[in-house]
Design a protein around this ligand. Structure first.
Ligand code: NAP
Ligand code: GFB
Length: 322
């Protein structure tokens, strides 16, 4: 991915940098040599500032004086936790996003790249979904609080452009997984939660309980691939309109569970608890726009990426969020 790098020097602030995607961006920038001459990067978490608080947001921006922001900070969870606390996810994320975008504007930040999510897509829709369809009808009821908060980022970006000419934009990742994920059964996303549960079942000699039928299909995107593309977006993407970032292929949850069991060498029983929700059956997104920009980008094959994530989890069991 060639870079024009014509706007250097650049001071990039990454919010939410201690999370799954933030750690992947740190890896790409600091370990894979993704940092360009003339760039300085600052990685912050909630320990540096609670971005729900406008004063703390302002203080951390004043400290680092960014020219560009990759905004990842959010209250995030898998389906089951999100659906229990729609109000809290709505309120916290609306506050975080408003504080970050408005402080960025007040401090003359040139570019902000925020994260939407494929769970914000309309529930009743035609497939595949593209970037123009995000607001066409209500999202799935299970995560409406989180989804409406995320949709507001796109509305805010348009308003900052219309009123102030700002290039504040967003990406739409699908279901992301990788090292440093949240592997807890309580609020992890499906892959990380099932990795955590399967490894525990292996250690304890018990069965694995998977939620739902295993039939829903998801586009599972490896965090390192997403991070590589997000760094490109920060440098090169000039649109206000969102960009879907995802692998093209879909995988049934049941198939993913089998890949996890094989990767962790789990030979015990796998039970599907069909009394639990399946959530949205599918939310297939098209990657046509991404392909127009980056026709040659190669995603890590999903099975390989699941195996690498399992290996990371086992090797880092002591420090993993499980
Ligand atoms: P994550 O692992 O849960 O990390 C969340 C990050 O946000 C952490 O660094 C956390 O800091 C920070 N944070 C949370 N509340 C904060 C607050 N009040 N003030 C400051 N920082 C706060 O999330 P992720 O999976 O990396 O997601 C990053 C972004 O991608 C989010 O905007 C999410 O909506 C979006 N996204 C994620 C997925 C996915 O499948 N994971 C899919 C689509 C979009 P601490 O560690 O200090 O708490
Ligand atoms: O990753 P996930 O929680 O969220 O996956 P979504 C939920 C799907 O996986 C449902 C099944 O079909 C569940 O029945 N599943 C099976 C499990 N076992 C488990 C388990 O142990 N934990 C979890 N969590 N699911 C997400 C949003 O929707 O979309 C996220 O909730 C994010 O916040 C993401 O925006 C992109 O894929 O349904």
């Amino acid at each position: 991915m060639a870079s024009e790098s014509n706007a250097l020097p650049r001071r990039v602030l990454v919010t939410g940098a201690s999370g799954l995607i933030g750690k992947a961006i740190q890896h790409v920038v600091l370990t894979e040599g993704g940092k360009l001459d003339g760039e300085e990067w600052f990685f912050i978490s909630s320990k540096d500032a609670d971005l729900r608080d406008v004063g703390q947001t302002r203080a951390v921006f004043e400290k680092h004086r960014p020219t560009d922001v990759i905004h990842l900070a959010a209250r995030v969870a898998g389906l089951f936790f999100l659906s229990k606390e729609n109000l809290q996810f709505l309120r916290d994320n609306v506050k975080i996003d408003d504080n970050v975008l408005h402080t960025a504007h007040q401090m003359d930040v040139t570019k902000v790249v925020s994260c939407l999510s494929s769970c914000i897509f309309p529930d009743k829709t035609t497939y595949p979904i593209d970037e123009t369809m995000i607001h066409n009808g209500p999202p799935h009821e299970s995560n409406f609080g989180y989804a409406y908060a995320k949709r507001m980022i796109d509305i805010q970006n348009r308003a900052y452009f219309r009123q102030h000419g700002r290039c504040y934009t967003s990406v739409v990742p699908t279901n992301v997984f990788g090292p440093h994920d949240n592997f807890t059964a309580e609020n992890g996303h499906v892959l990380s939660a099932v990795i955590g549960k399967t490894y525990k079942a292996k250690l304890e000699g018990t069965q694995v309980n998977v939620c739902g039928t295993g039939n829903p299909r998801r586009q599972f995107t490896y965090s390192l691939d997403l991070a590589r593309i997000m760094v490109w977006v920060m440098r090169e993407y000039k649109e206000i309109d969102p960009l879907i970032i995802s692998v093209e292929e879909e995988m049934a949850i049941k198939e993913a569970v089998e890949v996890i069991a094989e990767s962790l060498d789990f030979k015990g029983n796998i039970h599907y608890d069909t009394t639990m929700s399946d959530g949205q059956i599918r939310k297939t997104a098209t990657t046509a726009k991404l392909r127009r920009y980056l026709p040659d980008f190669t995603f890590t094959p999903v099975k390989e990426a699941i195996k690498m994530t399992c290996d990371w989890f086992v090797a880092n069991y002591d420090i993993a969020n499980k």
